[in-house]
Design a protein around this ligand. Sequence first.
Ligand SMILES: Nc1ncnc2c1ncn2[C@@H]1O[C@H](COP(=O)(O)OP(=O)(O)OP(=O)(O)O)[C@@H](O)[C@H]1O
Length: 508
Amino acid sequence: MRFDEVVQTAETVASTRSRLAKVDALAGLLARLEPDEIAPAVGFLTGKPRQGRIGVGWRGIGAAMGDAADAPTLDVLDVDAALDRLASVEAGTGSSAERAGALRALTARATAAEQDLLARIILGELRTGALEGVLLDAIARAADRPVASVRRAAMLSGDLGDTARLALTGTAADLDAVGLVVGRPVLPMLAATAPTVADAVGQTGEASVEFKLDGARIQAHRRGDEVRVFTRNLADITHRLPEVVEVVRGLPVESAILDGETLSLDEHGAPRPFQDTMARFGADASREAVLHPWFFDVLHVDGRDLIDEPLAARLAELERIAPDHRIPGVVTADAAIAEQVSRDALGAGHEGVVVKAIESPYAAGRRGSSWVKVKPVHTYDLVVLACEWGSGRRTGWLSNLHLGALDPDGEFGEPGGFVMVGKTFKGLTDDLLRWQTERFPEIEVRRTAGTVWVAPVTVVEIAIDGVQRSTRYPGGVALRFARVKQYRDDKRPEEADTIQTLRALLRG
Ligand SMILES: Nc1ncnc2c1ncn2[C@@H]1O[C@H](COP(=O)(O)OP(=O)(O)OP(=O)(O)O)[C@@H](O)[C@H]1O
């Protein structure tokens, strides 16, 4: 298939608000793909190429976008092969020139619309949070399979392209046979939010009310002596967490998949700031903080998949295999007892609680209502749209952040775009100022004397005291007393909080 057909479908999907029309366009495209084109095309549509990170940034892309071809000639497999070449350039002397050459060879054959999509694929910058859900429907439609089967396979394999290929080319039984594989990460189950613990328990009924530790999500897989640890986004960080690997290797099991949180504690056992934990996940990992794993779920033990078992059974297994590494919590249906757990959690310096329906299965990759988090401090994940140069003590540093909330349906602009809701320079440490002054020019899209506008790819967690109506900002809402808590490298922009969530606070 011509790459241009993928471009046109992506344009159709972006230009309509109708979910049905999006599914129609995508299902039509999927049905026309050859088997070996399916996984690459799904990678193009979701901005997550099969090859993973390509290693070309904004500057590299800008430099490679010369004259465009008049007519489309590229095939899906041409682009896939070119991305293979780009991704396989080894870092080292001459690598950027080699990458630039390979990229220019590709873009020279692309039309202007194709170049545009290529840039966004390579930067992984497609706004596709909502699109993945639509794609699941489209795959189900094109393959004539139940959406539930497609979703389950996608969540358990963590790979939408592979799932599409299997759905479209295999039998229904092949799709249903996709299960957990020890060593292959599963999309984690996520939590909804409630304003109070009583509301949360009202929603779940009898629940495991657990401390919500403010660390980083980990998924640990063990087979024999081999242990692998993955992040919330399924990146393999085994080599960064030797202490966690040791703990998992010491458990009395042959194989297991565990879900939990890791964080560092100070000498009194109180949690250290989230940044200390995240520093260990980053490229310049320091070894100062020792990380402890705390597990709250178990998905597999010794050949048995547990994801369809009720939480009560999974917790019993967890107690059996890792009693010393369980997250603190209490099983109760009584709101007063649950409130006490929350007070204990906050008293010990943690974020709040997660209230989990005791009968619920593990819904991989879903933010359902079986898990409900309650955090007294309001924090929201927003996206940096621009940054202003500081003054006074901050002269020479990029300081004041322009913050945007996700607008998934384009209620205030382009679907999947971001709506500005406020600015802040509060809460920024010198380390963060230094980091953003280095980082933002790398993702700059334009600048004026005082401000650098950046690609909307950086997620930052912001604490606020509330919101107020605004005539200045297009979404009609502005943050009150916003301050930076931390950058969330483990979140993608399409996972940011939405403008609708912030607007709902106006009513609250
Ligand atoms: N006991 C617990 N059970 C589940 N998740 C927990 C627990 N303690 C801490 N967490 C963390 O809280 C998160 C649950 O909230 P959610 O599913 O909304 O993820 P999130 O989008 O990363 O949220 P947040 O930004 O609040 O951490 C998990 O991803 C996990 O990292």
